[in-house]
Design a binder for this molecule. Structure first.
Ligand code: ZN
Length: 343
């Protein structure tokens, strides 16, 4: 048992004796974050695509969205009282460490969990979009205890994101089972030497073009970082110390998405509407005072995000359109979603 676990137990006994809930004060859980890949090179799966908002070919690199998610997660976890160690904080080829080196760094960091951040791709024309977390071992039989419950916390929290359409439910798997055609007990390189409870999160599918356009928005990546922090809180049972949250959504038009393809799940076929670029969304408090605004970018994703909000009752609306106003209740340490159709 690690010293901090013993400390939590002691705290739990003391707070139970005092009739209070378990507080996070003094508990320094440590998280090792590995934003996947690094540098705009070949193993970063460079993916140029025509962006209908930019009216130009736009480059997407998975390493860019991974580092944005990772840095957001780092900052939020620190605000929540965690200690954080990163495998990289920049995005150069030199940051793209050898997988064994990443495992060694994690092992020597004193971290309690190992957390790799990625997004997924089918690599084939058939497009899907779901969240997947992978740990080392057979499915339901992780090599390191706790890895599967961390993975489950992650996919369940990410699946609640209503800015993207999901074709399948949240998925978790052991890498030996998932990549069984790679040979017995081979699995993912980055998990191979890892000794901590840990996993690799494939947040969504970046080769589904509407999702790739969302991943170009730094606040959309930060939203994923935020949701990952809530999942990590659940894993550690630290759900009461931090109360702020996030309200987010997308603004779409009634037109068809220019990259519209029907993405297919087991029972559903999803066709997306075109995002609205340059539209201002306003956040209002319970007394209808405008607190802030967010203008959707020109990268054809319609994303808006309001961060670090106290829990409570809010309203959101399209600026200059009082009829679009909708109430949103934000629970403590949570995400709330509200999507708009621009008339
Ligand atoms: Zn990746």
């Amino acid at each position: 048992m690690k010293r901090h676990t013993l400390y939590i137990l002691l705290l739990a006994v003391l707070s139970f004796a005092a009739g209070t809930s378990l507080a996070i004060a003094g508990d320094k859980a440590r998280v090792f974050i590995n934003p996947g890949h690094g540098g705009h090179d070949n193993n970063d799966r460079p993916s140029p695509f025509y962006n209908h908002g930019a009216n130009d070919t736009t480059w997407y690199y998975e390493s860019d969205s991974n580092i944005l998610k990772g840095l957001a997660l780092r900052d939020i976890l620190k605000a929540k009282g965690y200690e954080v160690v990163m495998s990289r904080v920049h995005n150069t080829t030199a940051d793209d460490l050898d997988l064994f080196e990443i495992s060694s760094l994690a092992a020597n960091s004193g971290a309690d969990i190992f957390f790799a951040i990625h997004s997924n791709a089918t690599g084939i024309p058939r497009k899907i979009n779901h969240t997947l977390s992978i740990y080392r071992g057979n499915t339901r039989e992780p090599v390191v205890e706790g890895s599967d419950s961390l993975a489950r916390c992650v996919v369940n929290q990410l699946f609640r994101n209503q800015l993207t359409p999901w074709t399948h439910g949240p998925q978790v798997a052991g890498d030996w089972t998932f990549y069984s055609n790679w040979g017995p007990k081979t699995g993912l390189g980055v998990l191979r030497y890892n000794k901590l409870p840990g996993m690799l999160s494939e947040g969504s599918f970046h080769d589904y073009l509407p999702e790739r356009a969302r991943l170009l928005n730094a606040d959309y990546c930060a939203l994923e970082g935020w949701n990952l922090s809530v999942a990590i809180d659940r894993y550690f049972g630290r759900t009461r110390g931090y109360v702020n949250g996030v309200i987010a959504g997308v603004v779409t038009t009634s037109q068809l998405h220019a990259d519209s393809v029907a993405i297919k799940g087991p029972r559903i076929e999803i066709v997306e509407a075109a995002p609205a670029c340059g539209v201002k969304v306003e956040l209002l408090d319970a007394s209808h005072k405008v607190l802030s605004s967010y203008t959707t970018d020109n990268l054809y994703n319609g994303v808006y995000v309001f961060k670090a909000l106290k829990p409570g009752r809010y309203f959101v609306r399209l600026a200059g359109n009082p009829g679009s106003e909708r109430p949103v209740t934000l629970a403590p340490n949570a995400s709330a979603y509200c999507n708009f159709l621009k008339p």
